[in-house]
Design a protein around this ligand. Structure first.
Ligand code: ZN
Length: 465
């Protein structure tokens, strides 16, 4: 299967061949995490926990079920989710008086409790997060990690004394995001969504989008400022230093297992996965090239390499299966292991270890005494090069357009007067989704693509995955 011929088919094929997810579970869109896929997700979850713990967030775990009475307190929120939630209507043989929703996201589970937890300005900021599964009834075609009905999800929820303090939280979220995306070697755009596309109930939403090789964008997550839109219906108030009661300002930041989908789609090639070293279950695989009469000698040298790497904290695996080296190479290429080390009689006699990089295929060698320093530095180069290539690919996929005819298969930028009518007209005529306007200032001087009025606002649009 060729990536540049049929991206969708290639993607499904790679997920299956690398055994990342098993979609044969008898509920459509609820897939089974296989051991290899789950190791990658766990690694990402670990980075998320590290980043959030380091910024004084506390991990919590809220119930999966939300009573309908709480779920319906914020009007826009319920409108946005009504059609895509799963309902629990019975307990045992009895129909429930108050139906329950399986969380599509946790605002309506958490905020009744936040109203009890927050009393005084000394309780703020309240910074929490959880890693849980959420449920959404997807009606479009499902795709592993990208469009599923049970979603492995990270969400942080914070409460602040005022708008500005919540705004500082949004900035902190951006730096947490950058650290995470650096580990995944993924480029991304931060675009403030249009009013008609923001999160239901949010004051504003910044979408986090990456660029897939088929010219479409994939939304990886979003960061929201809620202002007091939720604290009013949920009565989350605090007593300020002057003894007056005020509503908190809130933010949320959410990302999902789509991060795994992006890693597969952005970095993989026709041979299989190409995993960023930081999330690869195995960063290094050692393949001994065994010769009968030197079997013990080669195996011992390979075991020695393995123990050096493991001691240094590098995730390494020795493939001592009774199989041909070529067939082992093939298997580990599908699995996307960052670096392969080969060790044969010839290498031992020359006092070298031969390596092959998964990302570029480049080969070389180093002395066995320098294994740890060499491997560490090669893995660092792989990480830097992978991110640079993906960034270059995204940047070259951003095209400025001044006409709605012959739109290229990529991300497009254009002048937009900001009127909703012009936005809708563009979406209808081009079948693109407006992703929004840059979160960071981007200077632009031109005319609205639809109405030709002069504008200094640039908007981005693309087809989405
Ligand atoms: Zn216009």
């Amino acid at each position: 299967m060729k990536k540049d011929e049929d991206f969708g088919e290639w993607y499904n094929d790679i997920v299956e061949r690398a055994n990342l997810s098993d979609k044969r579970y008898p509920i459509k869109g609820m897939n089974v995490w296989t051991p290899y896929g789950w190791r990658i997700m766990r690694q990402i979850d670990q980075f998320i926990r590290e980043e959030l713990d380091a910024t004084d967030h506390d991990e919590v775990c809220f119930p999966l079920l939300i009573p309908e009475t709480e779920f319906q307190k914020e009007k826009d929120h319920i409108k946005g989710f009504d059609a895509e939630v799963f309902w629990v209507t019975h307990a045992g043989l009895n129909e429930l008086d108050v139906r329950m929703v399986m969380r599509p996201t946790s605002e309506t589970a958490m905020y009744p409790m936040f109203a009890l937890w927050v009393r005084s300005h000394t309780d703020l900021p309240l910074k929490t997060y959880q890693l849980v599964n959420t449920f959404r009834y997807e009606t479009k075609m499902t795709r592993p990690f990208i469009r599923v009905r049970e979603i492995h999800f990270f969400e942080s929820h914070t409460c602040h004394v005022d708008y500005d303090d919540a705004e500082r939280q949004v900035d902190e979220d951006f730096s947490i995001l950058e650290n995470l995306m650096d580990r995944l070697c993924l480029p991304y755009l931060l675009l403030k969504r249009t009013d008609w596309d923001k999160f239901p109930g949010a004051y504003y939403t910044v979408g986090i989008d990456t660029y897939m090789p088929n010219g479409r964008t994939l939304q990886l997550g979003s960061i929201h400022h809620y202002r007091d839109n939720f604290s009013k219906p949920y009565e989350i108030r605090y007593e300020n230093a002057e003894g007056e009661w005020e509503y908190v300002h809130q933010t949320t930041y959410g990302m999902s297992e789509r991060l795994v989908g992006a890693v597969v789609g952005v970095h993989g090639d026709d041979k299989g996965l190409v995993l960023p070293p930081d999330v690869a279950p195995f960063q290094v695989v050692i393949v001994p090239i065994l010769k009968k009469e030197h079997y013990d000698e080669i195996n011992k040298a390979a075991a020695d390499l393995l123990s050096q790497l493991k001691k240094a904290g590098i995730r390494a695996h020795l493939d001592d299966r009774d199989d041909r080296p070529g067939s082992k190479f093939f298997d580990w290429e599908i699995k996307g292991v960052s670096l392969r080390l080969e060790l044969g009689l010839h290498d031992i006699q020359n006092d070298v270890v031969t390596y092959a990089r998964r990302d570029t295929g480049d080969k070389g060698s180093f002395p066995p005494t320098e294994t740890v320093t060499s491997v560490t530095s090669i893995l660092a180069s792989i990480k830097a090069d992978m991110r640079a290539r993906a960034t270059e690919s995204m940047n070259s996929g951003i095209v400025i357009i001044d006409s709605m005819e012959n739109i290229p298969e990529s991300i497009v930028k254009f002048g937009w007067c900001g009127d909703e009518a012009c936005g809708h007209a563009l979406e209808e005529r081009t079948e693109l989704n407006i992703l929004g306007t840059p979160r960071n200032d981007e200077t632009f001087q031109g005319r609205c693509l639809v109405c030709s009025r002069e504008t200094s606002t640039v908007a981005y649009a693309a087809r989405t995955m």
